[in-house]
Design a protein. Sequence first.
Length: 137
Amino acid sequence: MSPSIIRIAAAVLIDKHGQTLLVRKRGTLAFMQPGGKIDAGEQPVEALARELREELNLHIDPAQAVYLGQFSGPAANEPGFTVQADMFQLHIDVAVTPAAEIEEIRWIDPMGDGGLPLAPLSRDQILPLYRASLIGA
């Protein structure tokens, strides 16, 4: 794998109102789906569960995570790098709180951008995918 590729696992977290959660890491501007880097030897869903626990104090059952596919786009916070994301979808009905490197969280209506600066992958691929699933529902 190219050293300019960052492999992550991330989630479209959906609350009971159909809103989706975006996070902003400390010292950055762009909001994105929660998740993070996949460690060597770790399965993507395991990385997702670990990252959600570390970043949001959210404990998930990996078996409940629905795999959406693998998506790639420019890294929001690391110029010259590409993010390769294994994306999952999860419905949650518990409160989440920012922890670790997460500075801010926002629940947004997926039909818009919440007036937030979005990471390229979120803006160009992930939110449009979620919107399309709502329109087709």
